[in-house]
Design a protein around this ligand. Structure first.
Ligand code: 13P
Length: 249
């Protein structure tokens, strides 16, 4: 049985003044109805860690370097994220793939480093609008999965997040059939790569304009094990509504 997971990606949002949102969220969940993760900008991780000491809310980074340490100015290693209090790291987000040219090969190397450091890798993939319009969605996402997934992927070390690029920050969401089609294809592809038992244990998240008012519908879709939430994870009340919808699904 896969544990449901609600992950919030704060992207490049969040200052010390936003930390009370985390206190509010922690106050709402003395116990975990589902797995809850917040991925703030790296400078906030250790300050957040002090505020979520019960462990109900886990923390994550938003990328990591494939190397443990070295002369890589401006980069952050998986070990550093873990040391700061993170238990997860988002990898291969489409914004990183676009802004920082992170390829599948790089994402796989990052995922290996993350697992080595004891982090759970949340591996993101998704088609652009042009790729969907060209009827290439399944081809694109299965190729990204094949290229990005580390050999050591298990249900304990990896999560896969399907995030159609055209649905991120736009208020547009694929239809339930479209999400079910992609998640079904990803589950079959995972089975091909890792065998049925391991594939069944890996959680598949949907991400892209998940909001309090559409979350329940998304969580009713087969093979959706949770969400990777951007904008609606910044406010405790909005993220809590999504967590509650997931818990009720
Ligand atoms: P939004 O929820 O703001 O569309 O962002 C989704 C996302 O990119 C999460 O990683």
């Amino acid at each position: 049985m896969r544990r449901k997971l609600a992950a919030g990606n704060w992207k490049m949002h969040g200052l010390a003044a936003d930390l009370p949102e985390v206190d509010q969220l922690a106050a709402l969940y003395p116990a975990a109805p589902v797995d809850i993760v917040l991925c703030p900008p790296a400078p906030l991780i250790d300050r957040m860690a002090a505020r979520v000491a019960t462990g109900v809310i886990a923390l994550g980074g938003q990328t990591c370097h494939p190397a443990i340490k070295g002369a890589h100015t401006g980069d952050i290693s998986a070990q550093m994220l873990a040391d700061a209090g993170a238990r997860y790291v988002i990898l291969g987000h489409s914004e990183r793939r676009a802004d920082h040219r992170e390829t599948d090969t790089i994402v796989r190397a990052q995922a290996r480093a993350a697992i080595e450091a004891g982090l759970v890798a949340i591996i993101c993939l998704g088609e652009t609008e042009a790729e969907r319009d060209a009827g290439r969605t399944l081809e694109v996402v299965t190729a990204q999965l094949a290229g990005s997934l580390p050999d050591r992927a298990t249900g304990d070390t990896c999560v896969v997040a399907y995030e159609p690029v055209w649905a991120i920050g736009t208020g547009r969401v694929p239809s339930p059939d479209q999400i079910a089609e992609v998640h079904g294809a990803l589950r079959r592809a995972l089975t091909g790569h890792l065998g049925a038992d391991t594939a069944e244990a890996i959680r598949l998240l949907y991400g892209g304009s998940v909001k309090p008012d559409n979350a329940a519908g998304i969580f009713a879709i087969p093979d959706v094990d949770g969400a990777l939430v951007g904008g609606a994870s910044l406010k405790a009340a909005d993220f809590a509504a999504i967590i509650d919808a997931l818990a009720a699904s």
